[in-house]
Design a protein around this ligand. Structure first.
Ligand code: NI
Length: 200
């Protein structure tokens, strides 16, 4: 599934929407509460994407009865699925000519390749990133951050938002300083879990 367009506005960040080909935009300045110094302003751009995936909340580090107690029906052995919405927020210095802080189309290509194609209609528990991680929304947001933080073509990654259900929203951000470690287990299209259909 590819990036979604305007759709519903997420209940959080400044959102830039350019339609399919960058026909229009809306942005918001934030940062310096006083707004006195343009040098302290920060412009954020958020793009949203969707994918459907199955998962089961379970850890082998705990006995089965504890897993059931902690995760409830989300520990059901057959798993269950979600339509995840990923909100990728970038920030940077606006280009003096275009006003853009990033290359939206390049970001779309990146996120679709690294995140959407990887997870859409897959079982998260079978993805190498979750070999030793419970497939919670918290961990999924962090995995997505790790995949993107060093790959953003222009600007820098500000945060990852993840809407899992109507009532569950997760957010992850970290210092994207040098030394940010790449994902510990590289993923490729032929990796385990790549052909596992999601549970409906
Ligand atoms: Ni779930």
């Amino acid at each position: 599934m590819s990036a979604v367009g305007t759709g519903e506005s997420p209940p959080l960040s400044p959102l830039v929407d350019r339609g399919a080909r960058g026909m229009h935009s809306r942005s918001e300045l934030s940062g310096d509460p006083g707004g006195a110094s343009p040098a302290k302003e920060k412009i954020c751009v958020t793009r949203q994407y969707q994918f459907c995936a199955a998962h089961r909340l379970h850890t082998d580090a705990l006995p089965d009865d504890v897993n059931r107690a902690v995760f409830g029906k989300c520990n059901n052995p057959n798993g269950h699925g979600h339509t995840y919405t990923v909100l990728v927020t970038l920030t940077g210095e606006p280009d003096p000519h275009t006003g853009d802080v990033t290359d939206i189309e390049a970001v779309d290509r990146l996120v679709n390749q690294k995140i959407v194609e990887r997870f859409d209609h897959r079982h998260l528990n079978h993805d190498p990133a979750f070999l030793h991680l419970v497939t919670t929304g918290e961990n999924l947001a962090r995995v997505i951050w790790d995949e993107l933080v060093n790959e953003v073509p222009v600007g820098r990654l500000e945060k990852i938002g993840l809407i899992e259900t109507r009532d569950n929203y997760f957010e992850y951000r970290a210092d994207p300083s040098p030394g940010q470690k790449p994902p510990s287990v590289p993923w490729s299209p032929g990796a385990p879990g790549a052909c596992i259909p999601a549970v409906s």
